[in-house]
Design a protein around this ligand. Sequence first.
Ligand code: ATP
Ligand code: MN
Length: 477
Amino acid sequence: MSKPVSIKDLEDGKLINKPVHVFGWVKTFRSNRFISLNDGSMINDIQCVIDLQSSEVDINQINTGASIEVYGKLVESLGKGQKFEILVDQLNVLGSSNPDNYPIQPKKHSFEFLRENAHLRIRTKTISSVMRIRSEISYAIHKFFNENGFFYVHTPIITGSDAEGAGEMFSVSSLDKSKIPMDNDGSIDFSKDFFGKETHLTVSGQLEAEALAMGLSKVYTFGPTFRAENSNTSRHLAEFWMIEPEMAFCDLTENINLAEKFIKYIIKHTYDKCKNDIEFLNERLTKEEMNLPKDKRSELSLKEKIEFVINNDFVKLSYSEAFDILKNCKRNKKNKFTYKIENWGCDFQSEHERFLVEKHFKCPVVVYDYPAKIKAFYMRLNEDGKTVRAMDILFPGIGEIVGGSQREERLDVLEKRIEELDIDDKELWWYLDLRKYGSVKHSGFGLGLERLILFITGMNNIRDVIPFPRTPKNADF
Ligand code: ATP
Ligand code: MN
């Protein structure tokens, strides 16, 4: 008996005319003779051909969705659409499937329907392609940092500080909800809770990563992140994965350059390694866009967009320059933005970010030196006293993909900012300590994994690039 192989192992033809043994799930079964079989190892199915006279097979159980095991010989295929096929000697049904109620029929399903069947949608070509790409991107992220002298660190998921200021937090508690201990003043007595204080799920590992960078110099985190933001957009999840490098002895310019190099590396690596999947997604998107009116279609295909990003420098400009462009553009003057750009200091909405990227520059854009008022307390104050060394990287079709900054390393300036913003600093004593003992300039950024996957796969909704999405009113599976 030959050792079982993955369907991917059949692709290069090395096993031609040899006995092979594969497993998989039946996609389709035609003419009582042709099975399309897939095991997830690659996008293409292998065709298994049954000769009822010579093989031992009970064909009644070969239904879409069933799992089977096939023994046979790999031969060149005479049919169109595949190079090789398996002539079946023996076939065993491992798990049957009822063809009448198996949800993933061999036809086009809407993404909404597939989300309701998130436990089975991995068996579709689109979702399995996305998940293979997600895996390759994750690998490339570790590879990049490893090759560039970074250490992978693990920052806590449960956090005692709510000063990160990156959004609404989920609380973590082991108190019995039916008898919550109260203080005399009517507030919850968290001293009786598990940690003896109020705790939350982290919205960012940055503050702890800063501490670790002040000894390891170059670190990164890559883990789950939680934000209870009640915004039902196609770009936000309540649970997402974030990559956060943090570098000592590094200023904002070096930070931006690293981010650009990093993003290009990941995209190029994935583009080279996931050719079949990206080819499939490219065609999917092109077909889908054919249904849109001409002016809504993208000028570039998915592959062209990817190549463009790999091969072109990101545009870099300050907030003030971006503000002028937006304020003076026709769309703003004709009141075509939902939020009109009027006064310096306003935060850009995603409509503005996308205008800059998609209409004005037609290129990924880095905006830096934002007004201090709209950014977090830890960002380094510029000499002008009103802007901070922040940067956002904006991508076509997505908007913000990276948010980062040079951190305030001067104790007195940081303390003043904390006071001005009226932030409760009792949880921040250790963060301030970092500015007392060997403080150095340092910088870092956060990249949302799912937003990068959206870009590389051309998918429209962030719920379709994570296996089991967590969004408002939805934590099934
Ligand atoms: P946005 O304005 O899009 O909500 P943000 O300013 O809150 O983003 P940061 O706090 O800078 O984002 O977080 C860093 C990165 O994490 C973002 O650039 C984005 O890629 C990603 N990100 C932030 N919030 C979410 C979310 N809810 N779901 C998925 N990714 C997110
Ligand atoms: Mn946000």
